[in-house]
Every structure is written in structure tokens, then in C-alpha cells.
Design a protein around this ligand. Structure first.
Ligand SMILES: C[S@@+](CC[C@H](N)C(=O)[O-])C[C@H]1O[C@@H](n2cnc3c(N)ncnc32)[C@H](O)[C@@H]1O
Length: 281
């Protein structure tokens, strides 16, 4: 059977299983199984070994069960880096690249990435801000293991990782704090796409009743760890910008701005710590 026929059969099976992008996924799975790029597979010149076809078949079965493609192939591109990932961590999303873009543009000398997961934000920043001191934390010991392995593989071992419930175990101050916290309303999680609800860690999604429990607590803790005038940038969900700006205003932040992603959704709120704020005792 040639490449095209294998893709056609895979696409049909994935479509029947309710996968959103069946043909693209079949192409990517076959390419990955053969160890070549998608364009090489589409060119039809790759000689497929029985072992590559066997891997493709096994992966199709997993994708039919709606396991996310990124967990099946074990990696995900993000900004200019490739991350090794598995179900211990959230799959980094394209919209989170906006968070990195905004913080990188501000060129802070020191950054704390809270809730780092796979290390995506911290490692992309370390890659783009070559001299910045970057620290990253997560409450999940598993996530820290995955993030550290990514740092080593990418030659970005200067990033410091700390296991911490929000900022509880963090010492010192930073020019910028960046976070993609869990922000899905608890009641909405079971209604998410099966790939997300059934496979991604609930700890990475659940933001409490209104989705903002962790945002509220981080913004309360952040002023004690930010330089005067320091930057905070938070990824948020649909419709959460006004409430997030209010939480920031109540905690000594000024210059609030919300930033839209490519889908036009207000995805990131940024603000500066009021330089005139009196430190808490
Ligand atoms: C939405 S994921 C973001 C992961 C990564 N920053 C990204 O953008 O791909 C949220 C992360 O928050 C972590 N988390 C959940 N509760 C936390 C807490 N109380 N303190 C620190 N991290 C927490 C989860 O373990 C998960 O890795």
C-alpha cells in the first residue's frame, strides 16, 4: 500500500472517531512514524518499513481513542523550540506564544515563570533573552521533572526550577512575573474537547468556580516578588480580562493592558507594579 492510501485510510478512521482534523493528523502520524517531515510523506517518495507502518497503526488506534497527537508523538513545537511532553504536563498551546512575545519585548533582566508545566514559557524566554536570569516553578513535582529534562536537552540549563505552590517557596524579586495558570471554570472541564478533558492533567486546567482562584492568589502574592514598576503578564480565558484587571488594580498594579490572540480573544493581561507602592511589612 502506498503512502497516499495509508493516509486515506487513517483519515477515514480518525474522521469516524470524531477527530477535528483527521487528514492532517493522519499525515503527521505517518510522517512521524516514518521519521520524516510531513512534506516528505506527502511527496510520496518515502519508502515505508514494516516497522513504520506498524507504529502508524498503533498510533492510529490511540488517536481514535482521542489521545492528543502531541502525547502520541511525544513532542510539541513552541516559539523556536521543540518540547518533549507527556501526560504529566499540559500540551503548550500556540496562543501562549503571545505571553512569551510580550515579555520578551519588555526585555526584563530577571523573570519568574509561575506554573511552568513542560517549561514552555520559561524555556522559550531563556532561548530569546539570552542574558536574562530565568526561574520557573510549578506545584507538580512531575512537571518539574519534565521541564528540567527539556531544559537540559535544549542546552538551557541556566533556567532554575523550583517546586512551589504559587510563590510559597520562591525567594527574592524579579523584573517580570509571567504565568499561564489553570483558568478553566471547574464546572466546564468535563464539557471540554475529549482530548483535553480525558487526557490533560486536571491540575493544569482547574481554576476553581470562576476560573480565577489561582490568578487571585498569585496577584496577591506577586507584589512582594516584583521590582518597583515590575511587569506581570497573565494568560487568561475568554471573558476573564475585566475581572483580572480589577484583581490587579486591587493589589497595587497600574498600566493594565489586555492583548488579543490571533482568534481575537483577549488572551493576556499585563500590568506594572505601581512604583510608589509601599512594601508590605
Ligand atoms: C495551564 S498549565 C500551563 C503550563 C505551561 N506554563 C504552558 O503554558 O504550557 C498550568 C500549570 O499550573 C500548575 N499548577 C496548578 N496549580 C498550581 C499551584 N498552586 N502552584 C503552581 N503551579 C500550579 C499545573 O501543574 C500546570 O503545570
Amino acid at each position: 500500500m502506498d503512502n497516499r492510501a495509508l493516509i486515506d485510510i487513517g483519515a477515514e478512521r480518525l474522521e469516524a472517531a470524531g477527530v477535528e482534523t483527521p487528514r492532517l493528523d493522519a499525515e503527521l502520524l505517518l510522517a512521524e512514524a516514518a521519521g520524516v517531515t510531513r512534506s516528505e510523506i506527502l511527496a510520496g517518495l518515502t519508502e515505508l518499513t514494516p516497522s513504520a507502518i506498524g507504529t502508524y497503526e498503533k498510533w492510529l488506534v490511540r488517536r481514535e481513542a482521542r489521545e492528543p497527537l502531541a502525547y502520541i508523538v511525544g513532542r510539541q513545537g513552541f516559539r523556536h523550540i521543540d518540547l518533549v511532553i507527556d501526560p504529566r504536563v499540559l500540551i503548550p498551546r500556540p496562543e501562549t506564544e503571545l505571553l512569551v512575545e510580550l515579555v520578551a519585548a519588555a526585555a526584563p533582566l530577571s523573570v519568574l515563570d509561575v506554573a511552568t508545566g513542560s517549561g514552555a514559557v520559561a524555556l522559550a524566554l531563556a532561548d530569546e533573552l539570552e542574558t536574562a536570569a530565568i526561574t520557573a516553578c510549578d506545584v507538580s513535582a512531575d512537571a518539574i521533572v519534565v521541564a528540567r529534562a527539556n531544559a537540559e536537552r535544549l542546552g538551557l540549563s541556566r533556567v532554575k526550577f523550583v517546586e512551589s505552590d504559587l510563590l510559597d517557596a520562591i525567594d527574592g524579586g524579579f523584573d517580570a512575573i509571567v504565568a499561564n495558570l489553570p483558568y478553566v471554570e471547574s464546572g466546564d472541564i468535563d464539557g471540554l474537547q475529549r482530548e483535553v478533558a480525558e487526557f490533560e492533567p486536571r491540575l493544569a486546567l482547574d481554576g476553581g468556580d470562576d476560573g480565577l482562584d489561582l490568578v487571585r492568589e498569585l496577584v496577591r502574592q506577586a507584589p512582594d516578588h516584583l521590582a518597583p514598576g515590575g511587569l506581570i503578564a497573565l494568560e487568561i480565558g475568554l471573558g476573564q480580562a475585566p475581572a483580572t484587571e480589577q484583581i490587579l488594580a486591587e493589589n497595587g498594579f497600574v498600566k493594565m493592558a489586555s492583548h488579543r490572540d490571533l482568534a481575537g480573544i483577549e488572551r493576556v493581561v499585563s500590568a506594572r507594579l505601581d512604583p510608589g507602592r509601599q512594601p508590605t511589612a
